[in-house]
Ligand binder design. Sequence first.
Ligand SMILES: [Zn+2]
Length: 274
Amino acid sequence: MPRQQHAKLYIEKIIEKAMEESNVESKNESVKDAIHDALRLMRDSGFPISGKVEIAVDADLPFMGYSTQRAEGNVIVVAGRAVESGMIEGLLIHELCHIYRTEQNHPSHNKDLLNRVGYHLLHEYELHKDYQVKTIQQAVNHIQDLYADDISFQVFRKSHAFTEEQAHAFFLDWIDDTPAGGRSIRTRWINIDVMLNNCFAFSNLTRHGVRDIDGKVQKAVEAFLSQTDEAISQASPYFKEFMTNLKEDVSEPQFEKDLTEYLNKIVKLAQQTQ
Ligand SMILES: [Zn+2]
């Protein structure tokens, strides 16, 4: 056996051993308890989930978690570090709210509609670069997250799972106050992505009447805007308004129209000559 391969196998064995000895079992048990609690809180708050929900822990997931639909039902995948973060309950409630929106057929969670709008946009403007696709995907995710969190916040308030101070600290942390430097097209897309991300965090707090303690969120958002290029800075209020004013009761055609306009504005902003 070549030496390198041998070394690799050896490392795998050590990892296997470490896994056996770690508390994988108890970790899964605590996640199971957490999902039962979260499902109960959803039901008690008036947002029952009717489908089956399974949960999986992915030790290597680079972000906190996501939910997906499989033939056998809904699956929520959470990161190993999310389990250890103490925020697992809040995360599970957020993911369950996506599932609830999907079960209720809310336009923001209609896969066909989103695919149609997304595909059309990427095709029309020939957006193939990974940073372009990522920015568009994130822009759509923000809208979905806002609709999911309209429910999460109601559940949090009822269950005291996430206080206003925690929400403020969490979304303040979400905001990036320093733009990427340089004047390449890629940088521009990245800064638009950050601007949208900041708008999302700020709008989410505004939608739920969370007080901006010492104006910290506002200051962080403004710090970013004062350093980024003027067109991005000037466009920001439109996106903040758009996200803040999303309506609960919106028809599918109206949502499709609004989403298309919002995404078109993003691409036009990215393509604007500097
Ligand atoms: Zn989400």
